[in-house]
Design a protein around this ligand. Structure first.
Ligand code: HEC
Length: 165
């Protein structure tokens, strides 16, 4: 009796799992994104940007003269920025224009799609450049400062246009 009962439970769990799978597959097809539902997309981009903020902060501090270059591992921070860029890919599907309080992404993102895409691409390229310069110079050289400044401008430029305060 006991065995039959637990088999039933297992079978029910399997059915539920299959249903959950089907439901989420349906969710995902709506977002026109093969990987993320709209909710997942918002969560992932916010998580990625949150860590982008934490990773860039010391570099911004170096630019302002508030942080000593040698007190932080700049190559590691730049590495993280490049790595985190990968997580942003595909996180702005059409149906993730959900507004506040879930998201601070402005509706303009989905109006000026090409411009926003271009900014994301440049952001990625500029973080890759920052990493290359940091690995080469290993010092707060003028090339490093220029590369870091470019990334800082990417943050500010995009936020001014596409992020709610
Ligand atoms: C191409 C546009 C773009 C670039 C470049 C960009 N951001 Fe953002 N950022 C956004 C958008 C849009 C949001 C709001 C996302 C949301 O709430 O759905 C955001 C959100 C954030 C957040 C809040 C994350 C959270 O916890 O919700 C932080 C912190 C942040 N960005 C830091 C940065 C920093 C630092 C840089 C540069 C190193 C940067 N961003 C570059 C567009 C950008």
């Amino acid at each position: 009796m006991k065995i039959t009962h637990s088999r039933k439970v297992v079978a029910a769990a399997a059915i539920l799992a299959a249903l959950a799978c089907a439901a989420s597959a349906d969710d995902k097809s709506k977002s026109k994104n093969p990987v993320l539902s709209s909710k997942e997309a918002v969560e992932q981009r916010r998580a990625a940007f949150n860590l982008v903020g934490k990773s860039f902060k010391p570099i911004g501090g170096i630019l302002k003269g508030e942080v000593d270059y040698n007190s932080v591992d700049v190559v590691e921070l730049a590495n993280r920025l490049v790595f985190l860029n990968g997580f942003l890919h595909g996180t702005f599907p059409e149906d993730s224009n959900v507004g506040e309080p879930q998201s601070k992404a402005k509706a303009e993102i989905w109006k000026d799609k090409e411009d926003f895409k271009k900014r994301l691409k440049e952001f990625r390229a500029n973080t890759e450049n920052l990493l290359a310069v940091a690995e080469r110079d290993k010092a707060p050289s003028s090339a490093f400062k220029e590369a870091a400044q470019k990334v800082a401008q990417d943050c500010k430029g995009c936020h001014d246009n596409y992020k709610l305060k």
